[in-house]
Design a protein around this ligand. Sequence first.
Ligand SMILES: Nc1ncnc2c1ncn2[C@@H]1O[C@H](COP(=O)(O)OP(=O)(O)O)[C@@H](O)[C@H]1O
Ligand SMILES: [Mg+2]
Length: 269
Amino acid sequence: MTTATLTGTAARVENAVKVYGAGDTAVRALDGVSVGFRAGRFTAIMGPSGSGKSTLMHCAAGLDTLSEGAAYLGDTDLSALDDKRLTLLRRDRIGFVFQAFNLVPTLTVAENITLSIDLAGARPDREWLDALIDVVGLRDRLHHRPAELSGGQQQRVAVARAFAGRPDVVFADEPTGNLDSRSGGEVLGLLGDAARRTGRTVVMVTHDPVAAAHADEVVFLADGRLVDHMEHPTADRVLDRMKAFDGAASHSPGPSDPSRPSRQEGGSS
Ligand SMILES: Nc1ncnc2c1ncn2[C@@H]1O[C@H](COP(=O)(O)OP(=O)(O)O)[C@@H](O)[C@H]1O
Ligand SMILES: [Mg+2]
């Protein structure tokens, strides 16, 4: 067990500001966000398209740097790390799940799951991997290639890969965005299960109230600010909270994510 899981938060940002671009076209994607993600929990970051969810996740996970403020993984200040150390921290202490499954098509399921461990030249923890394969239900698919699997199965491989190196935190950005509601529900149940059964922390970005309802708690972003927090969410309560943003968000002049044209779509899945 690491210090990150012993202290209260596995990851946090303090007074996080992120500005993209400069001058007239500058976009303030994060506008002074302070939030901690509690160890051993499944937390959803929720908010309308363009509210800064992905930016927050990328900065908390060391994929991008803040303009102002600080990001910590456990007790590690990410801004104090050079590129090489940041790369190692991401490899050794963080797992990722993205909307596009990002599996390597020429490798089997088993090889995809252990890819980053193999690249690191590390010795895989067989017992851990074995338990993980059961959690994600892929034992009879280990020698298949991604193209032979459904979307839901591919994302389950990506979840197993994210947990394979025993990371402190797994970050997931819209992990069910490419899945139908049934396999999406399975992947979400799995993320929660994996967090609880392994004691790992999961932080998921979503704009879908049904997805957010699988988390232990939800933090809400609007226009780059943290505006609310909810324990034991249900889809209805999350949806109600989101409706309150709609008026304000629709007046925002900032560009929005063209790949996500509507924030209503989550309600129907
Ligand atoms: N690389 C970038 N360059 C310029 N603007 C960006 C970039 N990434 C995100 N933005 C802008 O920052 C804001 C927040 O984006 P994002 O974090 O992707 O929001 P969300 O994930 O909630 O949809 C949006 O206005 C978006 O257009
Ligand atoms: Mg996003």
